[in-house]
Ligand binder design. Structure first.
Ligand SMILES: [Zn+2]
Length: 120
């Protein structure tokens, strides 16, 4: 099989998403895992961080969370990349400052609305 422009683009895209060479080979079809690795190296794509190395640096999993860590979920729970923010939480809150603002904004607004209603 030959590397058409279309296949090379797809390889770059999938590689960039952190897919393994064998997964990319399966998706592209007519190509072996070794051919994917070889092509990626020739394209200079080999420098991506491996998904395994990357994981511990990106937030926390539910198992690693402590009381003082932000429990804001990041990503799709069905996706393997799903994790929690894990930054230091505000005292008394389950979230860091940034995520507490996101989490509590709607309810604050609602309370204001209710108050207006009562006042009216
Ligand atoms: Zn957070």
């Amino acid at each position: 099989m030959s590397w058409t422009d279309e296949k090379v683009d797809r390889l770059r895209e999938l590689w960039g998403q952190g897919m393994s060479a064998s997964e990319i080979a399966d998706l592209l079809g007519e190509v072996t895992r070794n051919a994917v690795i070889g092509k990626a190296h020739r394209l200079g794509l080999s420098g991506r961080p491996s998904p395994i190395k990357k994981k511990p640096t990106r937030g926390a999993t539910i198992l690693a969370l402590t009381e003082r860590m932000c429990k804001w979920p990041v990503g799709d729970p069905k996706h393997p990349d799903f994790h929690f923010c894990g930054k230091t939480a505000h005292p008394g809150l389950p979230y860091c400052g940034e995520h507490a603002a996101l989490a509590y904004q709607p309810s604050t607004k609602k309370r204001d609305d209710e108050r207006k209603f009562i006042v009216a």
